[in-house]
Design a protein around this ligand. Structure first.
Ligand code: PMP
Length: 444
C-alpha cells in the first residue's frame, strides 16, 4: 500500500526506477517511450549526462542560498541567457519553481504594475475557456477548464472567460481562417468594452493551448490582433508558455511564430527539462521600471525562488538545446510525427483532428466525425487510451472531453527534442495500436 496521495486516490502506479534517453524504466524492468515528456517537460529525455554533470558540479559548489541575502552565479547566468533570447521587450526574469507559481507571479506583477502606475481600478482579468494555467487558486481562477474549477469555484477570484481560437470546434462552416481569427480576437475587444476598458488589468492566454484542449495553435493573425487590442486599451498581455514554450513548438518561444511579444510571459516545464523544478516569468522593462521607480519592490517571493540547483539545471538544459541544434530537430521531427499520425490515424472514423506545432501534437477523438460530437465523457476514452498505451510501453498525455461538446477526448504528444525518425515511427505505431485497442473496449 502506498501512503502517497497522487492525482488519483488509490491508484496503483508503476514505480519509476531509471531512465535512459527517451525511455523510462520501471521496477519490473519494463521500458516506456516517454512520448509526452511526462507533461511536456522532459525535452532532453532522461539522465542526460551533460545535465547530470552540471548538477553534480553545482551541488559540490553551492546547493542553496536564500534570495533575501544573495543572488547566485547560475541564476544570474540563466537570466542573462533567457533575456538574450527573449521576445523583444522582455528584459527581466523572475525565477520560481514551476508553472503555477509563474502564473501567480505574472498576475500579481500585472496588478502591482497597475497600482504603481496610478491605475488601481484595473483589476479584471480576461482569460479563455478551454485553457489551463495551473492549479493554485489564482492560476485555477484564470484557467477555463470547468472540470478542474468546479469544486473550488467559491474560492476563485472573478475572471472573465472568452472563447479561445479553436478552429476545429468554433469556426463556423464556410468561415475563412482570416475571418474566424478576426472574430475570435474581436471577442476580447467586446469583453473589454463590456467590463469597461479602464477596469481591465490583463488578458491571459496560452500561445498554443496545451493540456485542456490538446495542442491547439492560434490561427495566423489572431495574436497580432489580440496584441493590438490590448495596446488600444492599456491592457497587459500575459502569454502562458509553460507548456508550449522553450522550444517545444520548434522556436524557442511559441509566440515568435505569431510575430507577437507579450508584456509578461510564463515559462517552466522545458526550461529545466524536469531535472529540477523551475519556472520563470519574463517581464518587460516597463513593468520592471514601474516596480523599481515606484515602491522599489515586487511584493511577492518564495523560499525556493532562484534556487541555484534549479537554475543550474535550466542553464545546462538551455545550453544543450542550443549547442545540439535541437530546435531544428523539433521542427523536422514534428513534421514527420504529424505525417505519421495522419497516415496511421487519419482515416479512422473516430479521429476528428490531428494538429499542433513542432513536437507538440494532439489527436482529438470524436464519436461522430461528421457532427464532431465527442464521446460520452463517462466512457473515459482518454483514460482507456492511456491504459492501452502504457501496456504497450508508451507514455502519452490524455485528457477528457466535455458533455457539452466544447471539446473531445484527446491525446497529447510531446516527446523529447532528441527523437529520431525511428523513434517517431515507434511512437506512431504504438499510439495507433493503443487507440484501436481502447476503441475496441467501448460498449457497442
Ligand atoms: N500553465 C500551463 C500552460 C500549463 O500547461 C501548466 C501545467 N500543465 C501550468 C501552467 C502549471 O504548471 P505546474 O504544473 O508546473 O504548476
Amino acid at each position: 500500500m502506498t501512503r502517497l496521495l497522487y492525482r488519483t486516490a488509490r491508484a496503483t502506479l508503476p514505480v519509476a526506477v531509471g531512465g535512459q534517453g527517451i525511455e523510462l524504466i520501471d521496477s519490473e524492468g519494463r521500458r516506456y517511450i516517454d512520448a509526452s515528456g511526462g507533461a511536456a517537460v522532459s525535452c532532453l529525455g532522461h539522465q542526460h549526462p551533460d545535465v547530470l554533470a552540471a548538477l553534480h558540479a553545482q551541488l559540490d559548489r553551492l546547493a542553496y542560498a536564500h534570495t533575501g541575502f544573495f543572488t547566485s552565479e547560475p541564476a544570474e547566468q540563466l537570466a542573462e541567457r533567457l533575456v538574450a533570447d527573449a521576445p523583444p521587450g522582455l528584459e527581466r526574469v523572475y525565477l520560481v519553481s514551476g508553472g503555477s507559481e509563474a502564473v501567480e507571479a505574472a498576475l500579481k506583477m500585472a496588478r502591482q504594475y497597475m497600482v504603481e502606475t496610478g491605475q488601481p481600478q484595473r483589476r479584471h482579468v480576461i482569460a479563455r475557456r478551454q485553457s489551463y494555467h495551473g492549479n493554485t487558486l489564482g492560476a485555477l481562477a484564470t484557467g477555463g477548464n470547468a472540470g478542474r474549477r468546479a469544486a473550488f469555484q467559491p474560492l476563485l477570484i472573478d475572471t472573465h472567460h472568452i472563447d479561445p481560437c479553436y478552429a476545429y470546434r468554433l469556426r463556423e462552416p464556410g468561415e475563412s481562417d482570416a475571418a474566424y481569427a478576426a472574430r475570435a480576437a474581436q471577442a476580447l475587444e467586446d469583453r473589454i468594452l463590456e467590463i469597461g476598458p479602464e477596469r481591465v488589468m490583463a488578458f491571459v492566454a496560452e500561445t498554443v493551448v496545451g493540456a485542456t484542449a490538446g495542442a491547439v495553435p492560434p490561427l495566423a493573425d489572431y495574436l497580432k490582433r489580440v496584441r493590438a487590442i490590448c495596446d488600444r486599451y492599456g491592457v497587459l498581455l500575459i502569454l502562458d508558455e509553460v507548456m508550449c514554450g522553450m522550444g517545444r513548438c520548434g522556436t524557442l518561444h511559441a509566440c515568435e511564430q505569431d510575430g507577437v511579444s507579450p508584456d509578461l510571459m510564463t515559462i517552466a516545464k522545458g526550461l529545466g527539462g524536469g531535472y529540477q523544478p523551475i519556472g520563470a516569468v519574463l517581464l518587460s522593462g516597463r513593468i520592471f521600471d514601474a516596480f523599481a521607480d515606484g515602491s522599489g519592490a515586487f511584493m511577492h517571493g518564495h523560499t525556493y525562488m532562484g534556487h541555484p540547483m534549479a537554475a543550474a539545471a535550466g542553464l545546462a538544459v538551455q545550453d544543450i538545446v542550443r549547442r545540439d541544434g535541437l530546435l531544428a530537430n523539433v521542427t523536422a521531427m514534428g513534421e514527420i510525427l504529424q505525417r505519421g499520425l495522419v497516415e496511421r490515424l487519419g482515416d479512422s472514423r473516430q479521429v476528428g483532428d490531428i494538429r499542433g506545432r513542432g513536437l507538440f501534437r494532439a489527436v482529438e477523438l470524436v464519436a461522430d466525425r461528421a457532427t464532431r460530437a465527442p464521446f460520452d465523457p463517462s466512457l473515459k476514452l482518454h483514460a482507456r487510451i492511456k491504459h492501452e498505451a502504457m501496456a504497450r510501453g508508451l507514455m502519452v498525455y490524455p485528457s477528457g472531453g466535455t458533455a457539452d461538446g466544447t471539446r473531445g477526448d484527446h491525446v497529447l504528444l510531446a516527446p523529447p527534442f532528441i527523437v529520431t525518425p525511428g523513434d517517431v515511427g515507434r511512437i506512431v505505431d504504438r499510439l495507433g495500436d493503443a487507440i484501436d485497442a481502447a476503441l475496441a473496449t467501448l460498449p457497442s
